[in-house]
Design a protein around this ligand. Structure first.
Ligand SMILES: Cc1cc2nc3c(=O)[nH]c(=O)nc-3n(C[C@H](O)[C@H](O)[C@H](O)COP(=O)(O)O)c2cc1C
Length: 323
């Protein structure tokens, strides 16, 4: 998720457990082939030096420290540039390419990218197909779409266009662009699509709890689910789901556990010599804000935390709140 699931969030959330795969924030492609540094900025897990620092035992590129594979997400409509950038990302070590046909942002949609493409299944098919042909056969190319732009009338056509373009699977955010992020997510609308496609459909939207996960699976008839904002609000949500599936007892994260995650976030950022210290406090605040629906303590400290610019003071306040 753009602005949320950066290298640090990926490291921490997959470290807690329960994730089979994660996808980077989208990289917006116009009509050029990016230099290496653009890929490394969006996807630092491709860097060998970073792997040595973060990922000592599994020195594999395109994986988090816990070994969870990461796909690069590309967003754009220029078939040639999308294909060239995908091929380069794979050369740099990416484990897979995910294509974004769901972003509702005005800027992105104005330049014919993201959800605006859902009006044109043929174009979606051409983008998927072009990217598919540009990377080796063993590398998965996947796509993420919404149910539609204004309405759901082209949902099936778009999913089929993705399948026929050669995608390994399609993730569907069960809302249209017009629905934005407003509940509900229309999980039932995914069932006829997943029944008609021969590639897997991954359900996404409004999964905030273990109960939502099971309801989503049942109503969408999808085998797999992608977590969105729920991962930020409840950092151990994927682990809770995994434990439930394995019939293990769940001990949900206390505020103390969450404070440890925030301290790890602080340590990762502060120990990165390439990261400007000014970035640290805003990042901590952002996480605490997302935690507010799940933890009253987050709500209690947020007003005070909001005013703090110094990262050391910010983490001290967070630590004090769990004593
Ligand atoms: C701040 C924000 C940024 C997002 N950025 C991306 C993105 O870069 N790529 C993507 O595929 N989806 C992105 N999404 C959409 C989510 O992946 C997900 O599809 C959506 O939030 C619905 O799932 P949820 O209701 O579980 O959050 C973003 C959502 C939010 C709220």
């Amino acid at each position: 998720m753009d602005g949320l699931t950066d290298v640090y969030a990926r490291e921490l959330l997959t470290g807690i457990g329960g994730y089979d795969l994660c996808v980077t924030e989208f990289l917006r492609v116009t009509d050029t082939l990016f230099p290496n540094r653009v890929f490394y900025r969006r996807f630092p897990e491709l860097k060998r030096e970073l792997k040595n620092e973060f990922n000592e035992d599994k020195k594999e590129l395109s994986c988090t420290k816990s070994g969870t594979p990461i796909f690069l997400q590309l967003l754009g409509s220029d078939t040639i540039a999308m294909a060239e950038n995908a091929a380069k990302a794979i050369e740099l070590g990416a484990k897979g390419i995910d294509l974004n046909f769901g972003c509702p942002s005005k800027t992105v949609n104005k330049s014919n990218g993201g959800a605006s493409l859902l009006k044109y299944p043929t174009q979606i098919n051409q983008i998927v197909s072009s990217v598919r042909h540009s990377v080796p056969k063993n590398i998965p190319v996947t796509a993420k779409m919404r149910l539609g732009y204004e309405d759901q009338s082209l949902a099936h056509d778009n999913a089929l266009a993705i399948q026929e373009g050669g995608a390994e699977w399609v993730t569907i955010h069960a809302r249209t662009k017009k629905d934005g992020y407003r509940p509900p997510a229309y999980w039932d609308a995914l069932a006829p699509i997943s029944e008609q496609l021969h590639i897997p459909v991954i359900a996404n939207g409004e999964v905030w709890s273990v109960a939502d996960y099971f309801a989503c699976k049942e109503r969408s008839r999808c085998e797999s689910v992608m977590l969105g904002r729920g991962a930020m609000v409840t950092p151990d949500l994927a682990l809770q789901i995994k434990y439930t599936l394995e019939d293990k007892d769940i001990i949900t994260f206390s505020w103390q556990d969450v404070c440890l995650v925030l301290d790890n976030l602080y340590q990762l950022m502060i120990n990165n010599p390439q990261l400007n210290e000014r970035y640290v406090a805003p990042r901590l605040k952002l996480w605490v804000k997302w935690l507010m629906p799940s933890y009253t303590q987050a709500e209690e400290i947020f007003t005070q935390l909001k005013r703090i610019k110094d990262p050391h003071q910010a983490i001290q306040l967070i630590k004090m709140s769990c004593q």
